[in-house]
Design a binder for this molecule. Structure first.
Ligand SMILES: NC(=O)c1ccc[n+]([C@@H]2O[C@H](COP(=O)([O-])OP(=O)(O)OC[C@H]3O[C@@H](n4cnc5c(N)ncnc54)[C@H](O)[C@@H]3O)[C@@H](O)[C@H]2O)c1
Ligand SMILES: O=c1ccn([C@@H]2O[C@H](COP(=O)(O)OP(=O)(O)O[C@H]3OC[C@@H](O)[C@H](O)[C@H]3O)[C@@H](O)[C@H]2O)c(=O)[nH]1
Length: 343
């Protein structure tokens, strides 16, 4: 049973969705729901889960920031199903595991309709926990480093409670994810649900929306379009960037392991935004200009994961360095933007 030091209820055995599942000649695949599976991280997670022939993967997504395009290689596959579904509505299906990712992640998208972002985090997580409770599924929440807000300790350990503005423009996301974590633990303590919480730090890689608005996708798209790289002032703020394949590996290990978390999953390599811009310029377009532009309120000034827990409890650490990951993302952006390498 999962351990996190808190008192825990004894989990009930999962109800069997069909007596056939225990029959000798019935192929009992692991049924895995991925909410938000048409998005950036979700679609890479689906690719990895589909590699295992014992997995059946069901994606539920409302396509707010995701796209069917990200899943096109699986559409029609006998072990794959795609459902247009908004997680703020209940979902009645039979599954063994739930990876709950559904939520806009880029600040420009989560601020676009903040009330909807809160609903997605709170009602959406309640609905997925209700589903987990009904069918006895294990559920993993993709929480975020944003639960630490503008952190006053550095690097951030999971025991740090954070420094979040409860009424700011980012709060719909930060506080929404904090409530989602609370709900996960309350369902765990009250109903014995098997939970897993990943606190994801900034992740990048192929398939990010070209106009996603997050810094790595912005800089790469700008470099390929010969537009200036827009560093938001002061540019000394830091982030630590994890390549998506490392992230997916960490999420699967967390789901399959014995620990509830929360566990930080991220790459501790820390960069200022000026350093990131300089790296993109050097690697992708040495002629591009770097300019300073105005920032948005409550931008965290520093962020770096302490990944001791992930190393010890999951045997996980990231493998891909930023300077190796950026060219992989560049190739994907070149294809989608139609900008050949030696233009
Ligand atoms: N990428 C990162 O750096 C990062 C960092 C921390 C946490 N996370 C978390 O990881 C998850 C995935 O992030 P991502 O980067 O892939 O973002 P993304 O925007 O590419 O993917 C989110 C997906 O959720 C879907 N979605 C949004 N609201 C929904 C709703 N109400 N019902 C159903 N589907 C909905 C979107 O259409 C999209 O497919 C999110 O929960 C995010 O908070 C991501
Ligand atoms: O064009 C840009 C965009 C962003 N930035 C800066 O880059 C830094 C990172 O900004 P991003 O928008 O990529 O992402 P943030 O780190 O602010 O938020 C992210 O944190 C973790 C996740 O939960 C989410 O994916 C997202 O909320 C910020 O300091 C921002 O000011 C730029 O300098 N230029």
């Amino acid at each position: 049973m999962a351990t996190n030091g808190d008192q825990q209820a004894t989990p009930k055995p999962p109800p069997s969705p069909s007596p056939l599942r225990n029959a000798k000649f019935f192929q009992a695949n692991m049924r895995i729901l991925v909410t938000g599976g048409a998005g950036f991280i979700g679609s890479h997670l689906v690719d990895k889960l589909m590699e295992n022939e014992k997995n059946e993967v069901i994606v539920a997504d409302n396509y707010f920031t995701g796209s069917k395009d990200n899943l096109k290689k699986w559409i029609g596959h006998p072990r794959f199903e795609l459902i247009r579904h908004d997680v703020t509505e209940p979902l009645l299906i039979e599954v063994d595991q739930i990876y709950h990712l559904a939520c806009p992640a880029s600040p420009i998208f989560y601020k676009y309709n903040p009330v909807k972002t809160i609903k997605t985090n709170v009602i959406g997580t309640l609905n997925m926990l209700g589903l987990a409770k009904r069918v006895g599924a294990r559920i993993l929440l993709t929480s975020t480093s944003e639960v630490y807000g503008d952190p006053l300790i550095h690097p951030q350990t999971e025991s740090y409670w954070g420094n979040v503005n409860p009424i700011g423009v980012r709060s719909c996301y930060d506080e929404g994810k904090r409530v989602a974590e609370t709900l996960m633990f309350d369902y765990h303590r009250q109903h014995g649900i098997e939970i897993r919480i990943a606190r994801i730090f900034n992740t990048y890689g192929p398939r990010m929306n070209i106009d996603d608005g997050r810094v790595v996708s912005n800089f790469i798209a700008q470099a390929l379009r010969d537009d200036p790289l827009t560093v938001q002032a002061p540019g000394t703020q830091t982030r630590s960037f994890c390549y998506v394949s490392d992230m997916v590996d960490g999420l699967i290990r967390l789901m399959q392991g014995d620990n509830t978390g929360p566990i930080n999953i991220g790459n501790p390599g820390e960069f200022t935004m000026i350093e990131l811009a300089e790296n993109v310029k050097e690697l992708i377009n040495p002629k591009v200009e770097i300019i300073m532009v105005e920032n948005t309120p409550d931008d965290p000034r520093q962020r770096k994961p302490d990944i001791t827990k992930a190393k010890e409890l999951l045997g996980w650490e990231p493998k891909v360095k930023l300077r190796d990951g950026l060219p992989l993302m560049e190739d994907d952006f070149r294809t989608r933007l139609g900008v050949p390498k030696n233009k």
